[in-house]
Design a protein around this ligand. Structure first.
Ligand code: NAD
Ligand code: DAU
Length: 334
């Protein structure tokens, strides 16, 4: 298949790109704006592959998107491109609206004009928080943060194009991903790198918020299933096999890195913090998907990857990230 992967230089998109090239023999064009979170280093091992091409552009740039579709000879678009960090969306929502909503509408128009298959990569956060039980695809949308509200808006647009225009568009909603190449503003890589450096570990509130962890390769394979087998207009949840409160995740990282428990610092809670996420994945399992990686094994492998790949994280920890870190945590950790 010839695929245009938008946001393919980010965390999940880079894994999906690698899997499609290596395991499916696809021809892949990645279109990415290379924001602070997007890095060509994430695709370093694919550079030079004749089946791989990279275009530096934004999804909200309609001309660039049309040109990319034509040069790729694309049969499908898979859209990972987004502003993705909840804390940044609380500081300012404008980039979230521009990329996650306006950008998605540009891609949908382009997919329609070129009669392409379309997959939108979305999140369990569109359902909001659930104290008990688990969300299905029929659960109502109740986003809490500007990030999740922008993702929910995009999902509604996707469904409207399937319904109104007959676009062959499906949505894959994942739970919390973890694994190699995740930008260290997110819980797991932040805690791993801080623990490795003997820096304090900022746990929001009581740390008893629960996340439903999915290894990034499992989510990438669920998205591949949705691309190939998903029905137009349908949503497919892909939740990981394990749930865990944040404080236990942090304690496990402390064990794996050999750091001390005294590094834990309970800081001010995130405003509007969702208490628990949980996704049921029955519909995508009917397409033949099963998660392969349990959290116990995946977290150990992930800590090992960060330990062994300083070339990847060292430039981040000395750049824009430092300013962000100071804005987000400065006074709390001083
Ligand atoms: P990420 O922040 O690591 O990467 C996002 C990528 O999108 C980056 O490469 C960035 O440069 C690119 N991008 C941002 N704005 C763009 C624009 N306007 N035009 C083109 N490219 C742009 O994100 P991620 O964690 O890999 O998430 C990918 C997708 O999966 C997102 O849509 C996110 O909402 C969704 N998702 C993430 C998780 C998770 O736990 N990380 C879980 C479920 C769903
Ligand atoms: O659930 C899927 C979502 O998972 C994705 O849609 C988002 O793009 C992704 O960022 C992620 O959102 P979360 O807000 O759940 O992830 P984050 O890594 O920011 O936080 C995970 C939990 O850890 C959350 O309860 C907040 C807490 N946390 C996070 C950070 C960064 C802390 O306690 N301390 C921290 O420093």
């Amino acid at each position: 298949m010839r695929i245009l992967i938008c946001g393919g230089a980010g965390f999940i998109g880079s894994h999906f790109t690698r899997i499609r090239l290596r395991e499916h023999g696809d021809r892949v064009t990645v279109l990415d704006k290379l924001t602070y979170a997007g890095r060509e280093e994430n695709l370093r091992d694919l550079a030079g592959d004749p089946a791989f091409n990279f275009i530096h552009a934004a999804i909200e740039d309609a001309e660039a998107v049309h040109a990319a579709i034509e040069s790729a000879g694309a049969e499908a678009i898979v859209n990972f491109a987004a502003e993705t960090h909840v804390d940044r969306s609380i500081s300012s929502s404008q980039d979230f609206v521009a990329t996650n909503i306006v950008g998605t509408s540009v891609l949908l128009d382009a997919a329609l004009a070129h009669k392409l298959r379309y997959v939108q990569v979305s999140t369990d956060e569109v359902y909001g928080s659930i104290e008990q039980g688990t969300f299905t695809e029929d659960s109502p949308l109740a986003p809490s943060s500007p990030y999740s509200a922008s993702k929910a808006a995009a999902d509604l647009l996707v469904q409207s194009y399937a319904c109104t225009h007959g676009l062959s568009a499906s949505i894959a909603r994942g739970s919390n991903n973890y694994g190699p190449y995740q930008y260290p503003e997110k819980l797991i890589p932040l805690m791993v790198l801080n623990a490795m450096h003997g820096q304090r570990l900022p746990v929001y509130g009581d740390g008893l918020q629960v996340r439903n962890w999915i290894h990034v390769t499992d989510f990438a394979r669920a998205i591949a299933c949705v691309l190939m087998e998903g029905a137009p207009g349908e949503v497919y949840n892909a939740g990981g096999p394990d749930e865990c409160p944040n404080i236990q995740v942090v304690r496990r990282i402390i064990e794996l890195t050999g750091a001390g428990e005294d590094l834990i610092e309970h800081v001010r809670d995130r405003p509007g913090h969702d208490r628990r996420y949980s996704l049921s994945s029955g519909r995508v399992k009917e397409l033949g998907w099963e998660p392969q990686v349990r959290f116990a094994e995946g977290i150990a492998e992930t800590v090992g990857w960060y330990r062994d790949n300083e070339w990847w994280w060292q430039p981040i920890r000395s750049g824009e990230y430092l300013d962000y870190y100071e804005r987000q945590y400065g006074s709390a950790l001083r």
